[in-house]
Ligand binder design. Structure first.
Ligand SMILES: [Zn+2]
Length: 317
C-alpha cells in the first residue's frame, strides 16, 4: 500500500481501479499504472507513477502531436494565435479580472501554458505585465517566443518572484503536487496569487469515466482545500465551472472515436497520397470542435451545477 500524495498518510488509502489509457500506444509511457484513493483527502492518484524520462518525452513530443485530439498542431500559426479570444480564455479573463486588481500585478508565471493565451490576452489590456512560463511542449515554443514569454525549463532555476502564478489544466498532469506547491510558494511574492483550474473528480465523475490518460492526479473540492491549508494559502474564490460530466464523457468518447478513425485512415492512406490523410484529420478535428461550441455559454458562468471542472484563486498568507 502507498501513502497519500497530499496528507502523506496511509490509513485511508483504498485501491480504486486499473488505469484506463486514452490510446493503446500510451501504455508504453504510463506503464502499469493503478489508481488509489485517499478517503481523508477525497483525492485519487496513480501508483506507481510513470517513469519521469518517459513522461518528459510524452509531453515534449507526443501529447500535442498532429494525430491526437484536439489536433492542436494541425492548425496554422495564425489560427492558433487567434485563440486568445476564444470562449474559454474570455471566461478566464472575466474571472481573473473580477477578483484580482491587475493594475497592481507586475509579472505573471504560467506553468504549462501551452501558447500562453491567458497572459497574452491580459497584456493587451495591462501593458505593464511581464510574461513568464514553463512549457516543454515543442509545438508551442515559437508562439511563446513571439509573444515575449520568458520560458524556464526548470522551476528550480527561477531566481525571481511573481505576483500571479497560473496553472490551468496542469495540476492533474504532475507526479508530485506538494512538491509543486512548495516550488510555487518559493517563486510567489508576498500576497501573490495562484489561479488554478482542474477537472473535478468526485464520486459522480468515477461512475462513468471513459479514460484516465493522461491524468495522474484527480482532485475534489476537499483535496484542493487540504492542499491550500497544508501550504498556508487562503482561498480568494472557489467555483465549479465548465460543462456537465455527461458532456465531458461525450467529448471524451468523440475524441477517442475520431482518433481511432483517423489513425486507421492515416495508416491506410499515407502509403498512397499524404494530403488525403490530412483532409480526414481536419474533418475529424472540425467534428469534435462543433460539439464543444454547443456548451459555450457554460464557460462564462460559475457555479451552475455543471461541474466537470473547478477553479480557484489562492493567496499567500
Ligand atoms: Zn490524504
Amino acid at each position: 500500500m502507498t501513502n497519500c500524495l497530499i496528507c502523506d498518510d496511509n490509513d485511508h488509502i483504498i485501491f480504486v481501479d486499473k488505469y484506463i489509457h486514452q490510446f493503446e500506444e500510451d501504455k508504453k509511457y504510463f506503464d502499469d499504472a493503478k489508481l488509489y484513493k485517499c478517503n481523508a483527502c477525497d483525492f485519487t492518484f496513480v501508483n506507481p507513477m510513470p517513469d519521469e524520462k518517459k513522461l518528459d518525452y510524452f509531453y515534449k513530443k507526443i501529447y500535442s502531436s498532429k494525430i491526437r485530439p484536439p489536433y492542436f498542431a494541425l492548425e496554422d500559426s495564425d489560427v492558433q494565435k487567434s485563440h486568445f479570444l476564444k470562449d474559454k480564455n474570455l471566461s478566464y479573463l472575466i474571472y481573473l479580472t473580477s477578483l484580482i486588481d491587475f493594475k497592481k500585478i507586475e509579472n505573471i508565471f504560467d506553468f504549462g501554458c501551452s501558447n500562453g493565451d491567458i497572459g497574452y490576452a491580459l497584456k493587451k489590456k495591462f501593458t505593464q505585465l511581464q510574461l513568464n512560463c514553463s512549457e516543454s511542449d515543442e509545438f508551442c515554443k515559437n508562439i511563446l517566443n513571439e509573444r515575449g514569454y520568458k520560458n524556464y525549463d526548470d522551476l528550480n532555476t527561477i531566481d525571481k518572484k511573481f505576483d500571479l502564478i497560473i496553472a490551468t489544466h496542469v495540476l492533474e498532469h504532475v507526479t508530485n503536487v506538494n512538491d509543486l506547491f512548495k516550488k510555487f510558494k518559493n517563486i510567489l511574492n508576498p500576497e501573490g496569487y495562484i489561479f488554478f483550474e482542474v477537472p473535478n473528480c468526485p464520486k459522480e465523475y468515477w461512475e462513468n469515466r471513459i479514460y484516465d490518460g493522461s491524468h495522474l492526479l484527480f482532485y475534489t473540492k476537499k483535496s484542493m482545500e487540504k492542499i491550500a491549508k497544508l501550504h498556508n494559502l487562503e482561498f480568494v474564490n472557489f467555483s465549479f465551472s465548465a460543462h456537465s460530466f455527461e458532456d465531458d464523457y461525450m467529448y471524451q468518447r468523440n475524441d477517442q472515436e475520431n482518433a481511432h478513425k483517423t489513425s486507421y485512415k492515416y495508416s491506410r492512406v499515407i502509403k498512397k497520397i499524404l494530403p488525403t490523410s490530412i483532409v480526414s484529420i481536419l474533418r475529424n478535428y472540425k467534428r469534435g470542435k462543433e460539439g464543444r461550441e454547443i456548451s459555450k455559454l457554460d464557460w462564462f458562468i460559475n457555479n451552475t451545477g455543471k461541474n466537470a471542472y473547478m477553479r480557484g484563486i489562492l493567496k499567500k498568507i
